[in-house]
Design a protein around this ligand. Structure first.
Ligand code: CTP
Length: 432
């Protein structure tokens, strides 16, 4: 910034880094805006390495010894026919014009050490009042980029802010524009929202917008459960469970959001009350199609779907059953499943939360890991080559026999010792 100012250009840090600094948070990155055009930025900073990240839109990345900084020329944006990208970006010499095109007042402040804080839209006041409020006309801001509707919810969920009434009314009336936004941008905002410390209030108060991108949740709202285990409807139970898990595994947040999504589709009632038999399987199918639509990566999608499908699985509280579960799911996913179960149980009606069962299962998992007990094929004292030496050809038969041997070790029917396992493998061969 000094280098730019020494050439008589203006330079300010701007946007999220100013907001976060004023909240006492460490910004994830520092964005700089300047009156200099990209070529002028390059010339003023010629003794640094510069990457032309988005030069058409005025952005270059400057690499310095203490990190990289995005430097963007002041710009205004013309109309947004697709509600995502400006049709045209124009450079402007005025900081005011650059700040006026930004989404929220708390994101439209700039700072430099010469002039201090530049806050033309009341961002500091809104930050203190914990309010998300659009700069200027909220309808225009949301029509320009409809993702801002979800950004408003995300900031509310991460910082514990409320959304200004006029801004929320505009968000609601423009929510259909979210259909034009790419799935990747939506899922990234939703994940940040779910992981926010204040996600419960946002999911509760702004459910109309959440269900615009996740319409499958709509039938859960107000769906009474008629069960001793629950004192609330399906949606309330879901969002309580999301709030209860305070760790940082997004996969768990998603699994909790979707764990009971299949309930309304399979409700039955008899003299004992309401039942949701098979909701885990229906829910897993629904979760799969939701996460496909949101373009989740395959690994996270598979993990979430499995957690939804298995969230009610009966697990005997003994070592062999838990080892068996771990052989199927792996250690990490087993631990996640127990976290899902803990949150799910905690969101049940008081007096029906079986947390001691989760404690017991977690203690068993810890014991298995501590004792380095066998729960995966790779823990066996033999490998595929040892079976090939016995004359089993390379191919699926090796895998089948290894699985049987693992089962035998888990259930105490064979010792995890090479000679014992080879004997047992020979027996399987003889039987075939
Ligand atoms: N911005 C905007 N409209 C958007 C996205 C961003 O007006 N749809 C502006 C805001 O001024 C924002 C700045 O661009 O502060 C930088 O955006 P970005 O880096 O995406 O978000 P941050 O606000 O920095 O927040 P975070 O880093 O926490 O995502």
């Amino acid at each position: 910034m000094d280098a730019l100012e020494s050439k008589k250009y203006e330079a300010f840090v701007v946007g999220g880094c100013v907001r976060d600094s004023m909240m006492g948070k460490q910004p994830s990155d520092w964005d700089i805006c300047t009156s200099a055009k990209p070529e002028q930025v390059k010339a003023a900073l010629c003794d640094h390495r510069i990457i032309e990240t988005g030069i058409k839109h005025g952005t270059v990345t400057v690499l310095t010894d203490d990190g990289s900084y995005e430097v963007t020329t002041y710009r205004t944006e013309s109309s947004y026919s697709d509600h995502r990208h400006p049709d045209k970006v124009e450079f402007t010499p005025y900081l005011l014009a650059d700040l006026a095109r930004r989404d929220f007042t708390v994101n439209a402040m700039a700072y430099n050490k010469r002039l201090g804080l530049v806050d033309w839209f009341g961002g500091k006041k809104d930050l203190q009042a914990k309010v998300i409020k659009c700069v200027g006309d909220p309808n225009e801001r949301f029509k320009e980029d409809a993702l801002r509707i979800l950004r408003a919810l995300r900031f509310a969920a991460t910082y514990g802010f409320t959304i200004d009434e006029e801004t929320y009314i505009a968000a609601r009336s423009n929510k259909a524009l979210l259909q034009k936004i790419s799935a990747e941008r939506i899922s990234s905002e939703l994940t940040k929202l779910l992981c926010g410390k204040y996600a419960y209030a946002v999911l509760k108060n702004y459910s109309e917008i959440v269900t615009e991108v996740l319409p499958e949740l709509k039938p859960c709202i107000g769906f009474e459960q008629n069960s001793l285990y629950h004192d609330c409807d399906v949606y309330e139970h879901i969002i309580r469970s999301v709030a209860v898990y305070d760790g940082h595994w997004p996969v768990i947040k998603w699994a909790l959001l979707l764990h009971d999504i299949g309930k309304p589709a399979c409700y039955t009632e008899d003299e004992t009350g309401g039942h949701f038999r098979g909701h885990e399987l229906i829910g897993a199918e629904m979760a799969k199609s939701i996460l496909e639509r949101l373009r989740f990566d395959n690994e996270s999608k598979a993990a979430v779907v499995q957690l939804v499908r298995e969230h009610n699985r009966h697990i005997e509280p003994n070592r062999a059953s838990v080892q068996k579960l771990m052989s199927e799911l792996g250690e990490e996913q087993t631990r996640r499943l127990l976290k899902v179960r803990r949150a799910d149980q905690t969101a049940h009606a008081e007096g029906t939360r079986h947390l001691y069962k989760v404690d017991r299962l977690e203690a068993i998992v810890n014991g298995i890991i501590k004792d380095e007990a066998c729960f995966q094929i790779k823990d066996l004292d033999i490998d595929g080559h040892d079976l090939m030496v016995l004359g089993i050809p390379e191919g699926p038969q090796i895998g089948t026999i290894m699985k049987k041997l693992l089962n035998d070790v888990i259930f105490g029917e064979a010792e995890n010792r090479k000679s014992a396992l080879l004997e047992r493998a020979k027996e399987y061969l003889r039987r075939n």
